[in-house]
Each structure stands twice: as C-alpha cells, then as structure tokens.
Design a protein around this ligand. Structure first.
Ligand code: 13P
Length: 313
C-alpha cells in the first residue's frame, strides 16, 4: 500500500467534525508522532496496526538533520507502508520554514508538509503558505493532490528546532478566528494548526486550553484543525478537543521519553555482557508501540483503518 495523504486520512474525521448532528463521541482525531530512527518509525506503525488505526509519521527538522536526507526518510516510509498495507500511513514534514526544502520533500514523496510561517506577518504567512500549497498540489510524484499541506496561524510557546517562541509571546498570539477564513481561502491549505494554549515540550503547569477559541475557529472554517504540543495535555482535554472537532493531534516529546525510559531500563537490567542492540533498542520500539496503541484509543481513531482504506481503493 502506498503512503496516503493527510487530506485522505482525515476526510472522514473532518466530515464528522463539521456535521453538527454528529454525536461528539463518534468524532476522532488522527495521531501524528515524531520519530528520528527506524525503530521508532516501526514502533509507531506497529502500535497503530495493533488498534487498526491510521497514523501520521512526523519528521521534525532536528530529526532530519540527524538522519541527513529527505530521500532516505521518504524511501524508508514507503517501504514501511508496503510492509504494513493494513495501516493508512502519512509521511509528514513538520514545522518547516525553508520553501525550497519543503518543495524537495514534496518531490521525494512526502504526503503532507507543514509550512510554518506563523512567526511572519499575516500577509507573508499567506504568501508563503499559498506558494507551498500551490506547489504541493501540483508537483507530488503521486500526481495531482498527492501531497497535502498544513500551515499555522498564531504561535505556540516552546522550542521546535529552529523556531523558539517564549510563553509571553505565545500568550499574545493565540489563533485569531477572525483571521482564519481569509487565510484558509487565499492559501488553499488542507489543514490548519491552531494556537489555543498548548506548547511544544514539557509543561511547567497543566496547559489551559482555550476551548472557546477552538469552538469559534471550528465554526469559521471547513479545513481540518491540528493540535500541536500534545505532550502533557490531560486526557480529558484531548477528549474534549476531539469532541469539538480537532482532526489531527501531534505528540513528540512524550514519545522520546517513553522510548528512552525503556532503553535505559533495558541497559540497567541486562547483563553487562549483552551487546545485542536489538535487546536494548527493542524494548524502546515496543514501548512506543504501546504508547501509540493507547493514544489511538484516546483519540478515538482505533478501528478506523478499514473504512479509510475502503474509501481510497
Ligand atoms: P510535543 O513535543 O510537545 O508533544 O509537540 C509535538 C509537536 O507539536 C510537533 O509538531
């Protein structure tokens, strides 16, 4: 099975999010998870498969620097997608700012790219996001609409590789619902990342999510909405976001922790004469799979794979 686009994977979730008659409990979001090694990629997909859930593999710029090549990531993800035909898998480039690099990701086969010009003035954000949406919709090797596009309006606090936003600045820059319709219409993007109180990385205190803003934003636009900064968000808040129409949820830092804790524990408990990396890294991969399985249930996207694949093929 080839990789699928974010637009394809989220079509049903979006339909449910936009339908006022839909039972909120039937709504769901698709999880997007950061990786920087092959065991993490496989762990994420294994976890999704165990719950018959679609999944989004998410590459940050930091992970790209570590791995070294967009082609290598794209080819690996395509290989994994062939190996797991029962899982709808999206390959996503996260928080990219360099337009040429994003175009390169499109050309090598990423199926979703994020242009993050959220720190730029509104007009520049529109201009850059539109340039990427126009390019991605035409130039994917998978044909027209072979790659979808996410952009961000407002700013999230925290570190995301090259983008650093202080909590003070982020507080001033929640997504303004009034700016959303023009941004979505003029750019032609497929999904909108919103700043409603979450932050990248660990929280000092539980985040205060602005559900009032989420409601307003959901009412003024028809594109899927994306929640960044999923680490440390309380379960009840995730559920509420999903019930209110969030379609994609990003989790990064928490997964690194789960993986590293399991690897540390393996090193601590294995005999010092054990040198097999599979015995050391394997528990990390398994811990990631368990975490994704749990998140798939929490985001209510467990059991959705078959219907998504049927709608596509
Ligand atoms: P966390 O690292 O806070 O989970 O955020 C991940 C993210 O939003 C990536 O875009």
């Amino acid at each position: 099975m080839p990789l699928v686009t974010m637009k394809q994977v989220m079509a049903d979730s979006l339909k449910r999010a936009l339908d006022p008659k839909e039972d909120p409990k039937e709504r769901y979001a698709v999880g997007a998870f950061n990786f920087s090694t092959i065991p993490e990629m496989v762990g994420i997909v294994e976890g999704a498969r165990s719950k018959s859930s679609p999944v989004i593999l998410m590459l940050s710029l930091g992970a790209l620097k570590y791995i070294g090549s967009l082609e290598l990531v794209a080819d690996t993800a395509k290989g994994i997608a062939r190996q797991y035909p029962e899982v709808p898998i999206v390959l996503h480039l996260d928080h990219a700012t360099d337009l040429e690099m994003i175009k390169h990701a499109v050309v090598v086969g990423f199926t979703n790219v994020m242009i993050d010009a959220s720190q730029e003035p509104y007009e520049v954000n529109i201009e850059k996001s539109k340039e990427i949406a126009d390019f991605a919709h035409k130039h994917s090797p998978r044909g027209l609409d072979g790659c979808s596009v996410e952009a961000e309006l407002g700013m999230l606090a925290g570190h995301e590789d090259n983008i650093v936003v202080s909590e003070e600045d982020a507080g001033k820059a929640y997504t303004d619902p009034k700016l959303v319709p023009r941004f979505v219409d003029e750019t032609g993007i497929d999904a909108l990342a919103v700043a409603i109180g979450t932050a990248h990385g660990f929280y000092k205190a539980a985040p205060k999510i602005r559900f009032d803003l989420l409601k307003e934003i959901r009412e003024v636009t028809g594109v899927p909405l994306v929640l960044h900064g999923g680490t440390g968000v309380p379960e009840e808040d995730f559920k509420k976001c999903v019930e209110m129409g969030m379609s994609k949820i990003n989790v990064g830092t928490g997964l690194k922790m789960v993986y590293t804790d399991a690897v540390r524990e393996a090193i601590r408990t294995l005999p010092e004469t054990e040198y097999d990396p599979r015995k050391i890294v394997g528990p990390g991969r398994k811990a990631i799979a368990d975490e994704i399985a749990q998140k798939s249930v929490l985001f209510n996207c467990a059991g959705k794979s078959e219907a998504i694949l049927k709608s596509l093929y």
